[in-house]
Design a protein around this ligand. Sequence first.
Ligand SMILES: [Zn+2]
Length: 372
Amino acid sequence: MLPQKLQVCTRCIMDTSDSDIKFNSDGVCNHCHEAKVKLDNGWFPGDAGLKKLEKMASEIKNNGKNNEYDCIIGVSGGIDSSYLLHVAVKLMKLRPLVVHVDAGWNSEIAVQNIESLIKKLDLDLFTYVVDWEEMQDLQLAFLKSSVANQDIPQDHSFFAKLYEFAANNNISYVVTGSNLTSESILPNNWGYDASDSIHIKAIYKRFGNNKLKTYPLMSFFKQKLYWPYLKKTEVVSPLNLLDYDKNQAVEFLQDNYGWRNYGGKHHESKWTKFFQAHYLPIKFGFDKRKAHLSSMVVANQITRDEALAELNKPLYDLIELAEDKRYIARKLGITDSQFEALLILPNKSYTDYPNQESTMNFFRKMKRSIGL
Ligand SMILES: [Zn+2]
């Protein structure tokens, strides 16, 4: 149930739809303070960032000088990973193995964007296609579980496959497009960690119909110990070393790579678009645009008024929503009314299902206490 009246932060546009939000006496929220700390410690626009970027590039190149590829980059056709490819090849002079995990929900624009970047940058692309029968059943299981984060099946497969590729090809660096300028704010209670394979298996066991035989799963051991410490796979995010501005990146990509915009953040996936622009805000009251726009406000890339104006735009065009719902129901192999019935199931929390949150928190604390 949403609160009667939302209190909105006076600095960013986060509000009480995040039930854990706290405001100080000036009405500024905890996210503003936390995001500022993250940006101060992890975002380096200007000369300092360029020096760090140069150092990062030479470490990656040195490390991989005897390999066919010196790093791995996962692409979705979205803004961040597309711009990252340009940065990696043109600015950092890296030789990436580019991997795309196709979990069945690619928009045509996303596929075209990937193709034009690969062609113009003359790179090798490896596409891994997730078995659709398994993915479909897992996606339906998640809908039946009625948890908030319906992007877990897709996100988990992306990361699992990317790290597996890196390890199997002896590539030490995973270069990601994650960036603090648009992602410094995201309330914990708006979703749950997509890396938790125990959670995925538990939901699938309860609501799925078969067995996950080939779906890419990554165990806690693999992601927290084997890959980082035994295989020494390092994850780096160069966009944090640049004055990365998403709006400027869009223009640059359009002008230089024939790249096409598909609308909202992560709408390069048909599923993610429906999930972020309908399922999450309508069913749970969580509008992720607030977090993304607030991140950009705190990074001084847009003003609070510009963010509010953007937020006032409708989440979905109603005709498009009806078309997308029909497309998704067909793709999931269910009728329109079966799909509607799944969307109105009582909301559940990830804590209603087995998960390894406490193990992950314990591990995080332990790492901090020994200075890792
Ligand atoms: Zn705020």
